[in-house]
Design a protein around this ligand. Structure first.
Ligand code: AMP
Length: 637
C-alpha cells in the first residue's frame, strides 16, 4: 500500500466525528490494506507490536532537526519548534513544509522518486530501531531524513506523528478490535478469503495494545458528545460488529498481544483461526489489573474472596522456555512489557531453580534489606533503571520474586511433580480461562518457592487480621480476588480489588500506641484512636474524656511513623510490655470502611479497617470528633 494512500485514509478517519463512522472507515481501510499487520499497528500510532521490545529511540529534538533538514529552504530546528509552539502538534507542523528538494542521498532513499509505501516505511522504522553503537544517532536521523525527503504534506503529517508515537486520529485498541471483527468476521466470513499478498505480511509484527486497559471499553477515542445517530445517513460507512465477533477478536488480541497478527489471521482463517491462537512463552501479555473496593462490598458480592498480600514492588511476567535437558531460558517483562531480564538476574535464577516445567508466571518483585524486610517501591526502581553494572547494584539492592498467578504450564521435566497435585488436566496447559483457584493450584504445583500466600475466606475479621499482618511485615496492603475469576489480560475489572477505605473521615485523638516490630521496632506502629465523650455543654472534647474506637496500623509512611513517635514519646504515661498509654495531645485524621457497634470498645462503636490519613497539626484535642458524631454516622450507614 502506498503511504500516501494510507495517509489520506487515516486523515479521513481523523475528520470523522462518530464512533461508528470511525469503525466503518477503519474496517474498510483494513479490508483494502495489503500490508495489513503494519496498517493495523500504524493506526494506533505503533510502529512495533506491544510484546516487541524494539523502540525507535528518536527524541523530539532529533525529529525536529530531521524535519528542518528535509524541509525546503533554510529551516532550522528552532523554526520547527517555534511553529510547534503555535500549532501545538508536530504532524500539522510537518504538513506545512515542502519536502523533496534535496537529492543525492540515494542511500537513505533520499534520491528515490518512487512513491513511498507502508512496507518501506515500516522497514525503515525497523532499521532506525536496530541502529546501535557509535554514530547510531546520525544513522537514525539519516534514515528518517530519507523518509521525509520523499514525503508530500499529508505523508509528512503522519510520518511525524508515527515517529512521535501519537496518531491522534481517535483510534484506540477497542476501535481496531471492532474494525477487525467488522471487516473479516461478520458476514465476511462466509465469503471466500481473499487472495492477499501473503509475502508482504510479517506475521510476527503487529499492532500493539499499549493502552488496552484504558481503551478496552471505549470503542474509539472520539468525543463522547458526538451523536452517532446524526451521522448514519451520510456517505461514511458505519459499523456495528456482533458481540461474538468482537469477543473472538478481543480474546485473540489478549493472548497474542498483537492486533496486527490477529487482523491477518481473522482475514485469512476466520474465527476458527482466531480460536487456535494461544499464549506463547516469550511473548508477554498485558497484566490483569485491580480496581479499588471495600471489604464489605466485596464479601457481599462474592461471599468469599481470595486474599493476597499487596506487595509494594514492580509487576513482572516471567517467561520460562525449555532450554536443553531440564534447563530453562527465562525472560522477565515489566508491566509495560519491556524486557527487564538483564536487570533482574535473581528472578531468572529463582525461576530456573524452582520451576518444574516451562511456564508463564505473573508476580511482583520487591526490594528487600539485609534482613529480608521489604523496602519501598523506589528501591526496586533503581534496579529497573540500571541497565549496566547490574552486579554492583545487585549487591546494594537485593530483590525477591513473589509469584501470584500462573498463565501457562509447559511440558514438565518430570510429570510426577503434577501427578498428585489434584489438577484437572495434564500439562501443557493455557490457563487464562481457568478460574483463579485452579491457576493457584497450578502455580503451587509448578513453582517450588516464592509462591505468594493466598487465603480464601468469607470472614471480614480474618481479612482485617491478614491486612494487619501484611502491613506489619512492611507490605502495602491486600488484594481481594474473586475465586472463580478468569485471567483477563489488560483488564482493570472488578474481579481483582485493592482495598480502599470509604471517603468519610474522622479526626480522632491518640490515647495509646504499640511499638512496632522488625524494621520498625523502635517506632510506634499501632495507634489507639479515641472520640471525645466529653460532657461539655457544646458536646466538644473540652472535658478531656475520651473513648477508643479503634486501632490504626495502616497507611503510615516511615516518615510519618518517625514524626509520630517523636511527638508521642514524651506523652507516654504508662507502659505495659509493647503497649503504651499516651496523654491526649495529638489528633489524627482517620479513614475507615464502616462503623460497627462494639461491646469491646468503650465508645460502644468500632471502626472497620481504620486507616491513617494525616496528622491534624492544625487541630487541638478539643477539636476532635465526638461520640455523638460517630453515632450519627453509624446511623446514616
Ligand atoms: P495499583 O498499581 O495501585 O493499581 O495496584 C495494582 C498493582 O499492585 C499491580 O499492578 C501489581 O503490580 C501490584 N500487586 C502487588 N501485589 C499484588 C498481588 N498479590 N496481586 C496482584 N497485583 C499485585
Amino acid at each position: 500500500m502506498e503511504f500516501a494512500a494510507f495517509a489520506e485514509r487515516v486523515d479521513e478517519i481523523e475528520r470523522e466525528p462518530s464512533d461508528l463512522g470511525t469503525i466503518g472507515l477503519l474496517a474498510a481501510l483494513l479490508a483494502d490494506a495489503d500490508a495489513l499487520a503494519t496498517v493495523a499497528r500504524f493506526v494506533q500510532g505503533r510502529v512495533f507490536p506491544a510484546h516487541d521490545g524494539r523502540k525507535l529511540s528518536v527524541g523530539s529534538a532529533t525529529l525536529h532537526e530531521t524535519i528542518a533538514r528535509a524541509a525546503a529552504g533554510s529551516v532550522t530546528a528552532a523554526d520547527v519548534e517555534e511553529r510547534l509552539a503555535t500549532v501545538g502538534e508536530i504532524g500539522a507542523v510537518a504538513a506545512d513544509y515542502e519536502f523533496g528538494a534535496q537529492t543525492g542521498l540515494g542511500s537513505f532513499g533520499g534520491g528515490s522518486t518512487d512513491p513511498l509505501t507502508v512496507e518501506e516505511t515500516q522497514e525503515t522504522f525497523a532499521a532506525v530501531a536496530d541502529a546501535e553503537g557509535d554514530g547510531s544517532a546520525d544513522t537514525r536521523s539519516d534514515l528518517l531524513f530519507g523518509l521525509f525527503n520523499r514525503a508530500d504534506p499529508i505523508e509528512a503529517k503522519y510520518l511525524a506523528r508515527l515517529v512521535s508515537g501519537e496518531m491522534r486520529i481517535g483510534v484506540g485498541a477497542g476501535a481496531v478490535r471492532d474494525a477487525v471483527a467488522e471487516a473479516f468476521l461478520d458476514g465476511a466470513e462466509t465469503a471466500e478469503t481473499t487472495e492477499m499478498d501473503g509475502a508482504t505480511e510479517d506475521e510476527e509484527t503487529a499492532a500493539s495494545l499499549d493502552q488496552f486497559a484504558e481503551d478496552n471499553d471505549d470503542a474509539t477515542e472520539k468525543d463522547d458528545d458526538v451523536d452517532d445517530e446524526e451521522n448514519t445517513d451520510t456517505a461514511v460507512p458505519t459499523a456495528d460488529p456482533s458481540t461474538a465477533a468482537v469477543a473472538a477478536v478481543e480474546r485473540a488480541i489478549q493472548v497474542t498481544n498483537d492486533a496486527g497478527r490477529v487482523a491477518v489471521v481473522a482475514r485469512d482463517e476466520g474465527r476458527a483461526g482466531l480460536a487456535e491462537l494461544g499464549l506463547a512463552v516469550g511473548r508477554p501479555v498485558e497484566s490483569m489489573l485491580a480496581q479499588a473496593g471495600t471489604v464489605s462490598e466485596t464479601l457481599s458480592d462474592w461471599e468469599t474472596a481470595v486474599v493476597e498480600t499487596k506487595f509494594d514492588g514492580a509487576r513482572v511476567q516471567v517467561h520460562a522456555a525449555p532450554d536443553g535437558d531440564d534447563g530453562l531460558a527465562v525472560r522477565v517483562f515489566s508491566r509495560n512489557l519491556e524486557d527487564v531480564t538483564d536487570a533482574l538476574p535473581e528472578v531468572v535464577e529463582h525461576a530456573q531453580r524452582h520451576l518444574a516445567a516451562p511456564a508463564i508466571l505473573d508476580g511482583e518483585v520487591v526490594a528487600v534489606d539485609d534482613d529480608g524486610e521489604p523496602l519501598p517501591f523506589q528501591a526496586v526502581l533503581r534496579r529497573f533503571r540500571r541497565k549496566h553494572d547490574v552486579r554492583r547494584v545487585r549487591e546494594e539492592v537485593a530483590v525477591e520474586f513473589h509469584a501470584f498467578d500462573c498463565l501457562h504450564v509447559g511440558e514438565p521435566f518430570d510429570i510426577g511433580v503434577f501427578a498428585d497435585a489434584g489438577l484437572p488436566s495434564a500439562p501443557p496447559v493455557d490457563l487464562l480461562d481457568a478460574p483463579l483457584r485452579e491457576r493457584r493450584a497450578w502455580l503451587e504445583a509448578v513453582l517450588a518457592g516464592g509462591v505468594a500466600t493466598a487465603t480464601e475466606t468469607a470472614d471480614a475479621d480474618e481479612i482485617e487480621r491478614l491486612e494487619r499482618e501484611a502491613l506489619a511485615a512492611g507490605h502495602e496492603g491486600l488484594l481481594l480476588k474473586r475465586p472463580h475469576s478468569t485471567y483477563d489480560p489488560g483488564d482493570r475489572g472488578a474481579d481483582w480489588r485493592k482495598r480502599k477505605p470509604d471517603v468519610e473521615t474522622l479526626d480522632l485523638v491518640v490515647t495509646g500506641a504499640e511499638w512496632g516490630e522488625g524494621r520498625r521496632a523502635n517506632l510506634l506502629g499501632t495507634f489507639e484512636v479515641s472520640v471525645a465523650t466529653g460532657s461539655a455543654e457544646d458536646g466538644s472534647a473540652a472535658s478531656g474524656e475520651y473513648a477508643p474506637v479503634g486501632k490504626v496500623a495502616t497507611g503510615f509512611t516511615d516518615e510519618a511513623l518517625e514524626r509520630l513517635t517523636e511527638r508521642l514519646d514524651p506523652a507516654i504515661s504508662e507502659t505495659d510490655g509493647q503497649t503504651v498509654t499516651v496523654e491526649p495531645t495529638t489528633v489524627l485524621e482517620v479513614g475507615y470502611e464502616e462503623i460497627q457497634t462494639s461491646p469491646e470498645y468503650d465508645a460502644g462503636y468500632a471502626l472497620r479497617f481504620p486507616r491513617f490519613l494525616d496528622v491534624r497539626d492544625d487541630l487541638g484535642v478539643a477539636d476532635a470528633d465526638t461520640r455523638d458524631r460517630v453515632e450519627r454516622l453509624a446511623d446514616e450507614q
